[in-house]
Ligand binder design. Sequence first.
Ligand code: FES
Length: 170
Amino acid sequence: MEFEPKAIVFACNWCSYAGADLAGVSRMQYPTNTRVIRTMCSGRFDPEFVFEAFEKGIDGVLICGCHPGDCHYIEGNLKAEKKVNMTKELLHAVGMDPRRFRLEWVSASEGSKFASLIKEFVDTLKELGPSPLKKDGKGGKSGKDGGSSKQDMDLSRGESLEEEQKIGGD
Ligand code: FES
């Protein structure tokens, strides 16, 4: 049976979440392996979210925000970019393949971009196999970067890390 990865997408309220919504209402087809978590801005992203997600069995994390110059909070997305780069270095230090964690800009009108981005991301995660950071005590080696094989977070039951905290007000 083909490995079905689980991924989380943190999407900013003002652009990317609307883009994801557009993909949905336009009935664009994309894999169901992801759960979208709305944040007020991509700058709300915290590296801890990523490590916690990986430890709970998530295989990939995608941060989506407004294009540079379009952030509702002026430069929240630029702050997100700095935090993402720092987080990538930390992930690299613990042996994670950097393709498991991405930052992308998706506007409210880019529903098709969102759909194709998700498809591409899930395809990459299938190629990489399970995340090696999952805390299951088994230290699996089935992933391409040394991952475990068992997942303990059942997203199909709607478990999520709902985060809708604001930065800098509305
Ligand atoms: S509001 Fe979209 S990235 Fe800041």
